[in-house]
Write a protein that binds this ligand. Structure first.
Ligand SMILES: Cc1ncc(COP(=O)(O)O)c(C=O)c1O
Length: 370
């Protein structure tokens, strides 16, 4: 039987997409968007063609915000913003808005934390209070054991490092204002928004398509936004204008609303977490059961359930693995160049069947090549 005939069948001939982002979307959400594409709810036009100031779009915007609030349990004293420029622009915006002339602490557990530091350094004094680089970014520290700077503006963490697959797997606590890049694990499990001063996440992994960054902002932070910031980079301006100071990413925001509603109907974040634990356990099971053929990157206590990087014994075997994986309909398994090897990203919408299929393939490959 050819490898192509072995491919597990999926609706619409879809492949198992292990992309780290933009990542896989829930099929029922894509179907709903398809059904509503040409004539949204009888409005006679698509969401892409509507004025963002019109009644139809304002109802969509309201629903997207309501769905985010409901799914994530966002307290009333937090603003929900849908901004552009991705998580990368938030690296700059949050520092501009929140540093207020004070140093800011950064805990660096991987490549995205490093990028956040580089951007913030252009805005003020950055203290890297913990750096995982010497240990090759394999773990996340207990913040209770990290010595933070007295009087700092905030502490920044990257909750899940997408490239290294390192996740705190809990809400970290500092006693001060915690600012969190949650791009690659948001809504993958329950989390307590009130433990964070600010949360931001590029949508294109667990929330929807690219083009929108979700920001959850505790409203008292607005008091420290300095005067004179460029309007698009000013949280106060964005809040005062209901994130519509300019034309927002209308379609992406609509999709985020559909995705959040989908997971609410699924049973909420407890149910999502259970599914994600099950899926990750299947892939880690194949790694751990391989007698050392596959090696995981992160330490056990910080193993991401979203991004699972692993290496093989040699570059040649990695190339062979990736080529054969492609033949099985597995997409985007190549690891990031800084870590090497492979990476399986299994976001919320990634099907459990895909994890089983990958684990079976990994077992077979190790048996034939080990
Ligand atoms: C943890 C994390 N932070 C930030 C980013 C950058 O996001 P964006 O491309 O939306 O700027 C990514 C993208 O993969 C990420 O995984």
């Amino acid at each position: 039987m050819s490898q192509v005939q072995d491919k597990p069948a999926q609706a619409y001939g879809r492949v198992f997409n292990f992309s780290a982002g933009p990542g896989v979307m829930p099929v029922p959400v894509l179907e709903k968007a398809r059904d509503e594409m040409l004539n949204w709810h009888g409005a006679g036009l698509s969401v892409m063609e509507m004025s963002h100031r019109g009644k139809s779009y304002l109802s969509i915007a309201e629903e997207s915000e309501a769905a985010v609030r409901e799914l994530m349990g966002v307290p009333a004293n937090y603003k929900v913003l849908f901004l552009q420029g991705g998580a990368s622009l938030q690296f700059t915006i949050l520092a501009k808005n929140l540093m207020g002339g004070k140093p800011a602490d950064y805990v660096v557990t991987g490549s995205w934390g490093q990028k956040a530091v580089e951007a913030a350094k252009l805005e003020g004094e950055v203290k890297v209070v913990w750096d995982g680089k010497p240990g090759k970014f394999t773990e996340a520290p207990d913040l209770g054991s990290v010595s933070l700077t007295p009087g700092s503006a905030y502490t920044h963490v990257t909750l899940n490092e997408t490239i290294q697959g390192v996740d705190y797997l809990r809400d970290p606590e500092t006693g001060g204002d915690l600012v969190c890049d949650m791009s690659s694990c948001i809504a993958s499990r329950p989390f307590d928004v009130s433990k964070y001063a600010l949360i931001y996440a590029g949508a294109q992994k667990n929330l929807g398509p690219s083009g929108v960054c979700l920001v959850l902002l505790r409203e008292d932070l607005l008091e420290r936004v300095p005067a004179g910031l460029p309007p698009m980079l000013d949280y106060r301006v964005q809040v005062e204008n209901g994130w519509m100071y300019n034309t927002p990413p209308c379609f992406s925001v609509y999709m985020v609303g559909l995705v959040c509603r989908h997971w609410i109907d699924f049973g909420g974040l407890e149910a999502v977490a259970k599914l994600n634990e099950e899926k990750a356990a299947i892939v880690y099971g194949a790694i751990d059961g391989s007698g050392g053929f596959y090696k995981p990157h992160a330490v056990q206590a910080n193993r991401s359930r979203m991004n699972i990087p692993f290496t093989l014994p040699s570059d040649d075997l990695t190339e062979k693995f990736l080529a054969e994986a492609k033949g099985h309909g597995f997409l985007e398994l190549k690891g990031h160049r800084s870590v090497g090897g492979c990476r399986a990203s299994v976001y919320n919408a990634f099907p459990v069947e895909g994890c089983h299929a990958l684990a079976e393939f990994m077992k077979g490959f190790a048996a034939s090549n080990g």
